[in-house]
Design a protein around this ligand. Structure first.
Ligand code: NAD
Length: 248
C-alpha cells in the first residue's frame, strides 16, 4: 500500500483555512490542522469532519509568529502522520487602521503573523521536505491587497506584498529541491475576519464584478489546484482570485 500524502494547514480553525483543510482531505490528503491553542475545540470538530471523509487528521497547535512553536508544529505533523507533502501558510490577521493611527506594536503584530508566520512555516516545512528528499508544495496566503493596496489597511497590505516577494524568492531557492511555491490572493471572502466591519464587507461585495462574495470554498479550489500534480510546472506565482475586482 502506498503511503498517504500529508498536508498541513495553519489558521485552519475557521474561515478559509478550514475550507482548505476539508478540500485537501477530499482530495485524498491526510491533514494536520494547525491554529492557536485557543482553537482546540473547532479543530476537534474539523478533525472529526476530516476523519468522516476517510482521512487521518491531527491537531498541531502553534502561534505561527513563534519559531519554537512552528518547529514543534512540523515535528508533531511528522510524528503523528508520518511525513509532510503540502504546507499551507494560511494564518493571518487584518485590522482596519489608518496609517496615522497605526502603533508600532500593531504594525509588528500584523507582520509577525502575516509575513514572519509564512517565513517560519515555509522554512520549517522546506527543511522537512529536503530531509525527505522528494520535493513538496509550499502555499501561502497573500491577498488582492498584495497587488492593489487597500487604503484602509496599510500594514496588512504591506504584509501581503511581502508574502508575494517571499513567494518569488523561495520559489527560486527551492526549485533545485523540487519544491514548488505559490500563493493565493483572494478578494472579499465571507469569513469571520470581516465580523467587526460588516458594513465595509457589504459595500465591497457590491463592487465585485461577478456579483457575489467569495466563499472560502472558492479559495480552497485554487489551493487544491496548487497542491495537485496539475500545478507541478508552476512556481513563484501569486494568483489573484477575486471575482474580477483587479487584474495582475
Ligand atoms: P479568519 O480570521 O477567519 O481566520 C484566521 C485564522 O488564523 C483563525 O483561525 C486564527 O485563530 C488564526 N490565527 C490568527 N493568528 C494566528 C497566529 N499567530 N498563529 C496561528 N494562527 C493564527 O481569516 P480568513 O478570512 O479565513 O483568512 C485566512 C487568510 O486569508 C489570512 O491570511 C487572510 O489575510 C487571507 N485573506 C482573507 C481574505 C478575506 O476576505 N477573508 C481576503 C484575502 C486574504
Amino acid at each position: 500500500m502506498t503511503e498517504s500524502r500529508v498536508a498541513l494547514v495553519t489558521g485552519a480553525g475557521q474561515g478559509i483555512g478550514r475550507a482548505i483543510a476539508l478540500r485537501l482531505a477530499s482530495d485524498g490528503f491526510d491533514v494536520a490542522i494547525s491554529d492557536l491553542p485557543r482553537a482546540e475545540e473547532s479543530a476537534f470538530t474539523l478533525r472529526k469532519d476530516i476523519e468522516a471523509l476517510g482521512r487521518r487528521a491531527t491537531f498541531a497547535p502553534a502561534d505561527v509568529s513563534k519559531a519554537a512553536d512552528v518547529s514543534a508544529m512540523v515535528a508533531t505533523v511528522v510524528s503523528d502522520l508520518g511525513r509532510l507533502d503540502v504546507t499551507v501558510a494560511n494564518a493571518g490577521v487584518a485590522k482596519m487602521e489608518p496609517l496615522l493611527d497605526t502603533t508600532p506594536e500593531s504594525w509588528d503584530l500584523t507582520f509577525a503573523v502575516n509575513t514572519r508566520g509564512v517565513f517560519l512555516t515555509w522554512q520549517a516545512a522546506a527543511r522537512q521536505y529536503i530531509a525527505q528528499g522528494h520535493g513538496g508544495k509550499l502555499i501561502g496566503a497573500a491577498s488582492q491587497a498584495a497587488y492593489r493596496a487597500a487604503g484602509a489597511l496599510p500594514a496588512y497590505s504591506a504584509s501581503k506584498w511581502a508574502v508575494r516577494g517571499l513567494t518569488q524568492a523561495a520559489a527560486q531557492e527551492f526549485a533545485p529541491h523540487g519544491i514548488k511555491v505559490n500563493s493565493y490572493a483572494p478578494g472579499i471572502v465571507d469569513t469571520p475576519l470581516w465580523r467587526e466591519v460588516p458594513e465595509v464587507f457589504e459595500a465591497l461585495v457590491a463592487t465585485i464584478p461577478l456579483g457575489r462574495a467569495q466563499q472560502p470554498t472558492d479559495v480552497a479550489d485554487l489551493v487544491s489546484f496548487f497542491a495537485s500534480p496539475a500545478a507541478d510546472y508552476m512556481t513563484g506565482q501569486t494568483v489573484i482570485m477575486d471575482g474580477g475586482m483587479i487584474f495582475s
